[in-house]
Design a binder for this molecule. Structure first.
Ligand SMILES: Cc1cc2nc3c(=O)[nH]c(=O)nc-3n(C[C@H](O)[C@H](O)[C@H](O)COP(=O)(O)OP(=O)(O)OC[C@H]3O[C@@H](n4cnc5c(N)ncnc54)[C@H](O)[C@@H]3O)c2cc1C
Length: 380
């Protein structure tokens, strides 16, 4: 198995080095390739067999397990030509909720995504409920064989181009306990509206979606009422793993580029490579990458074996995102003014890496969850 993983790493590394990094000068300020370039390199990825890597083989994908996906995420993160939050360069990205659909729901919602006919978005965050999803207010009230949905979702990636959304809602229950539930809502349903877009410093522009008396068939509910958090968990666990694997790829690229640059750039009569402060940054990068990779491998193996690995994924997200940003920030320093220009890839890595300390669970919330576990253990 180890040999297979290494072969996969080699294939991906070569693809990134030969096909993607050379395209970086074509990126616009938001980190987007020209449409024709994107389409051409997408074709190359498909021809190279790097297509829908996490989708099971029977559905047309490669069927990589998480232990292999972390290699994929690490390698593709070595280039800003692959947007940090959009891996569609390697085919449709249905995500765990859609991949788990069955029967009529799978035919209606999963399969068109896999065929590339539409895209979906995942809508959980609200203006008053981000880190704490249980505080969500979007309500779905049962009315015969429909739910009537009212509320607002904020910062939803790809909502503007999605054919349907996987929306987390609160279904009122007689016992007063929140029943967070997942509904598949077509974006052209009357009452669904993109209310705003928020352009970020990373160049993307997630949307606010307003739901006003939106009638959604009960048949569009995924799983049972109250199973929403459990469903979202699969997505979020994978997300945490992806974050840490990504940090590793970003650290490697930034350290490699800096090592090369440090031999050329001279200050005070000597190359930057001679400065101990720079050498220590490169050494710290090497240590960080090795440590994160081991943590990621362990968490991926646990998840592949069917363990929940909650604490492990909290730890890798907090550690990976934070360490990743710290190292990128240190590397950027050694480019001086050049590091602040949009001509250099490092500024984009810096902006993206900073954002990951907040999105998909801020690092403080990861720590809160870990600490809760430690305190509960002590109390027991
Ligand atoms: C570019 C982008 C894309 C996104 N895409 C999506 C998407 O597709 N779908 C989706 O549902 N959401 C998406 N989000 C939302 C994102 O996941 C949330 O922004 C994130 O979960 C944080 O929620 P919040 O912004 O409401 O921050 P808040 O919950 O208001 O938290 C603000 C800050 O308070 C601190 N904090 C919060 N709780 C605690 C605590 N318990 N202890 C200590 N400190 C704490 C943290 O520092 C945190 O950063 C996206 C956001 C961005 C910026």
């Amino acid at each position: 198995m180890e040999a297979e993983y290494e072969a996969l790493r080699e294939t991906l590394r070569r693809f990134v080095d030969r096909e993607l990094i050379p395209l970086e000068p074509q990126l616009d300020a938001d980190g987007k390739l020209p449409d024709a370039t994107f389409a051409a390199v997408r074709d190359k990825a498909q021809a190279a067999g790097i297509w829908m890597p996490d989708v099971p083989a029977e559905l047309g994908g490669v069927g990589l397990d998480l232990s292999a996906m972390v290699i994929f995420w690490e390698e593709i993160s070595r280039t800003i030509a692959v947007p940090a939050r959009d891996h569609s360069l390697f085919g449709p990205t249905p995500g765990p909720i859609l991949l788990a659909l069955e029967g009529a729901q799978a035919e209606r919602y999963r399969d068109p995504v896999l065929r590339g006919e539409t895209v979906s978005c995942f809508a959980q965050t609200e203006p008053d409920a981000g880190s704490d999803p249980r505080a969500m207010r979007t309500r779905a009230v049962r009315d015969g064989d429909h739910y009537v949905v009212n509320g607002t979702k904020r910062f939803i990636t790809h909502a503007d181009k999605a054919g349907f959304a996987q929306v987390m809602v609160r279904v009122p229950a007689e016992d007063g306990k929140p029943r967070i539930t997942c509904l598949l809502i077509d974006m052209d349903t009357p009452g669904v509206r993109i209310a705003a877009r928020h352009k970020t410093m990373m160049g993307d522009a997630p949307s606010e979606i307003a739901f006003e008396d939106v009638r959604v068939p009960v048949a569009n509910r995924v799983g049972a009422e109250g199973e929403g958090i459990k469903l979202a968990q699969g997505w979020i666990n994978q997300g945490r793993l992806r974050h840490a694997a990504r940090a590793c790829g970003v650290i490697r690229r930034c350290a490699d580029d800096l090592a090369a640059y440090s031999h050329q750039r001279r200050t005070f009569g000597a190359p930057l490579a001679d400065r101990q402060s720079l050498q220590w940054t490169l050494a710290d990068a090497e240590i960080a990458c090795h440590a994160i990779r081991l943590m990621v491998r362990d968490a991926a193996a646990r998840l592949d074996a069917g363990e929940e690995a909650r604490i492990e994924t909290y730890m890798i997200k907090a550690h990976g995102d934070e360490t990743g940003f710290r190292i990128v920030d240190r590397c950027l320093q050694f480019y001086g003014g050049l590091g602040l220009t949009l001509d250099m890839p490092i500024q984009k890595f810096w902006r993206d890496q900073r954002s990951f300390m907040i999105t998909e669970g801020p690092i403080e919330v990861m720590r809160m969850a870990i600490a809760r576990e430690v305190l509960a253990r002590a109390a027991a």
